[in-house]
Ligand binder design. Structure first.
Ligand SMILES: [Zn+2]
Ligand SMILES: [Zn+2]
Length: 461
């Protein structure tokens, strides 16, 4: 009898502990406290949202809430447990219940409701933490824009071209500025690459130092003066530093060389340092570039530059990857806001093997870039990612999440240059099931060719 009573008491305490933690979670949402939300999540937390989006990691989830509170100050959610079942011996619990929410999507307000299941686990210090949550939306009221249904489930097969209209037959991408060298050229904290697709050629970014790309191309025996179009992925000086020198030097041989610069909308916005100075790396070059006959082509959405070669325009930030430094501010109608490098754009090339993506610094987040590329260009698998992924400061958790998404997208080749980070390339290699031949740290002159794959040169072989 006493044992039974004790057991009942223990069960009640677990049940109450979970319910109290759930109330803490509701209170944290109500007072817009993403940090408090993060403290209620286990490090490996996983969520399947009401729209069937998924994300992984307590830090990622806390950042998702922080971004939500910032963009939608009136957002409100409440979870009400119906039943909590506890395994006291193992410190596990399942909570099922009902949820309601009201939120802004674009400019429309929506209200939704549904059911959920949460798995809790007691931590060593006795606190209950959420391991995973699955939300199912049962109703959503509001304009259609506020209540988009889940994305359809698309099956991704590596090597599938999907519905691509203009797959490139021949494609080569050569890195012209990055940190590492392998005997030819000089290294720097910067990025530039040459894209050659079916006879057309583009320069993507221009390196950090004025002379780097020019000298590296000369040493590698690569002629750049027939290239008319340069793509600037974002404003940072480590991508724009060579623009004027390249334009002036190459114009001697071809007046049209690099005379058109494709950029994402918003690239000219000032980026303010704490002392109020503007750190935009492109603005100081605009007048001289235009005086030399150069023209900026500003894109606010995805555009096909030539059949099968796309400029993404600013990549929407669906996942909160936060791949930027966070030290600069931009002016907005409501005062100063964190500079998220909103103009960050990438190049996407259609091939018979899937999409090939070239990214400068990946500030939009490589998963956002991949998702956007598949949405705008075609639902094909991603055959190769080349360039800077800004994952050098990423946590193990973020790398695991990123690798899982890249694996889902069918990634076969990764040529990680510039700010991708050395450790990050090796982690992604393991976690995304790539190999020594297919996941490589880029050196100056390293290349990816459709068919043969990556030529890493000697050092990174
Ligand atoms: Zn950058
Ligand atoms: Zn960079």
């Amino acid at each position: 009898m006493i044992t039974a009573l004790l057991l009942a008491g223990a069960l009640a305490s677990g049940d109450e502990g979970v319910r109290a933690a759930r109330e803490e979670f509701n209170a944290a949402i109500a007072r817009r406290d993403a940090v408090a939300i993060g403290r209620l999540l286990a490090p490996g937390y996983h969520i399947v949202t009401g729209r069937s989006d998924q994300s992984h990691g307590a830090r990622v989830e806390a950042e998702r809430w922080a971004a939500r509170f910032a963009s939608d100050p009136a957002v409100a959610y409440r979870r009400s447990p119906r039943e909590v079942r506890v395994n006291e011996a193992w410190g596990l619990a399942e909570e099922t219940g009902d949820w309601t929410g009201s939120f802004t999507s674009g400019s429309s307000r929506g209200r939704a409701a549904g059911v959920y299941a949460a798995k809790w686990q007691r931590a060593l210090d006795g606190r209950w933490l959420i391991q995973s949550e699955v939300f199912t939306t049962m109703s959503c009221e509001g304009p259609a824009a506020a209540c988009p249904p889940p994305d359809p489930i698309e099956e991704v097969k590596a090597g599938s071209a999907g519905r691509l209209a203009h797959p490139a037959q021949k494609l080569k991408i050569t890195v012209l500025s990055t940190m590492l060298t392998s005997g030819q050229g000089v290294g720097e904290w910067g990025f530039a690459a040459l894209v050659e697709a079916d006879g057309k050629r583009w320069l993507i970014d221009t390196g950090a130092r004025a002379e780097t790309v020019l000298r590296n191309a000369t040493e590698l025996g690569i002629e750049l003066s027939d290239i008319t179009d340069v793509v600037l992925t974002h404003n940072h000086a480590d991508h724009t530093g060579g623009l004027l020198t390249l334009r002036r030097e190459l114009a001697v041989r071809n007046p049209k060389a690099l005379s058109r610069a494709h950029v994402g909308a918003g690239i000219f916005e000032p980026r303010l340092q704490p002392d109020g100075k503007d750190a935009n790396g492109l603005r100081p070059l605009v007048a001289a570039y235009e005086a030399s006959g150069g023209v900026f082509v500003v894109h606010d959405g995805a555009e096909e530059l030539s059949p099968g070669v796309w400029f993404t325009g600013p990549v929407p930030r669906v996942h909160s990857e936060r791949n930027w430094s966070g030290s600069l501010k931009v002016r907005t109608g409501g005062g100063l806001a964190e500079d998220t490098v909103a103009e960050d754009s990438a190049i996407v090339i259609e091939t018979g093997q899937g999409l090939v993506i070239v990214t400068g610094c990946g500030h939009a987040g490589i998963v956002n870039i991949v998702d956007h590329a598949r949405k705008t260009v075609g639902g094909a698998s991603v055959h190769a990612v080349i360039g800077g992924l800004h994952l050098f400061p990423a946590s193990d958790e973020q790398l695991a999440w990123t690798a899982a998404r890249l694996r889902e997208a069918g990634l076969v080749h990764l040529l990680g240059a510039h700010c991708t980070g050395i450790e990050a390339v090796f982690r992604l290699r393991d976690l995304a099931n790539l190999s020594r031949r297919t996941a490589v740290v880029a050196a100056v002159g390293a290349s990816f060719t459709l068919g043969p794959g990556i030529d890493p040169l000697a050092l990174a072989r």
